[in-house]
Design a binder for this molecule. Sequence first.
Ligand code: FMN
Length: 216
Amino acid sequence: MKVLAFAASLRKESWNHKLVVLASEIARREGAEVDLARFAEFGMPLYDGDDDRANGLPAGALALKRRLDAAQAILIAAPEYNYSIAGPLKNAIDWVSRARPMPWRGKSVFLLSASPSPMGGIRGLWQTRIPLEGCGALVFPDMFALAKANEAFEPSGQLRDRALAEKLVRDIVGFVRLAEAVAPLCAGARTLTTKVRQEKIEAALEDESRIQPPSR
Ligand SMILES: Cc1cc2nc3c(=O)[nH]c(=O)nc-3n(C[C@H](O)[C@H](O)[C@H](O)COP(=O)(O)O)c2cc1C
């Protein structure tokens, strides 16, 4: 199974990047083929409907879409900004959601976060689930939030806290096994009949007036 992994931070010394590196190593040991990306590879402007209409996806969003298309599962380590999803990640989700077929649909996603705060960014992850699930991703119920990230890593990059390191292994192994099990079902959903039905639903959702006609 192919897994795309990235931290939604542009910072070179990102704690979230360090965390997603560890999660990627665990997924590889579990047999996954991991494509570890840096978020800077997906640089893109703020979403602009006029730009979208005139030019379609910008290069960074297209690059992310292509990497998503090649994967069945995704590991995202997402920083929490102001108790919520970080703007650059939401912007990337929005741009990519304009591609058809929807690149997030049927992809298993595991969410992690790392923060110097005692909450570890968990509040941001609850917000991050919403647009991803709205775009049809299968977001794994468990999430991993690393508190006090500035003190959490050994110089080798491993987690200092053994119990936390073991929890990370349990979470990622569980995720890889479940994602592997559902991947063929999600790929199977693209049979012709289902595909046509899916396209009709997508078209209807895009024109909400068709499913919610004005009362007069
Ligand atoms: C605009 C902004 C808002 C932030 N808000 C929060 C917050 O609500 N909760 C939190 O735990 N950390 C918050 N932080 C701190 C980030 O967790 C911290 O900068 C973290 O290192 C970012 O992740 P990174 O190391 O992967 O870049 C905020 C940082 C910024 C720049």
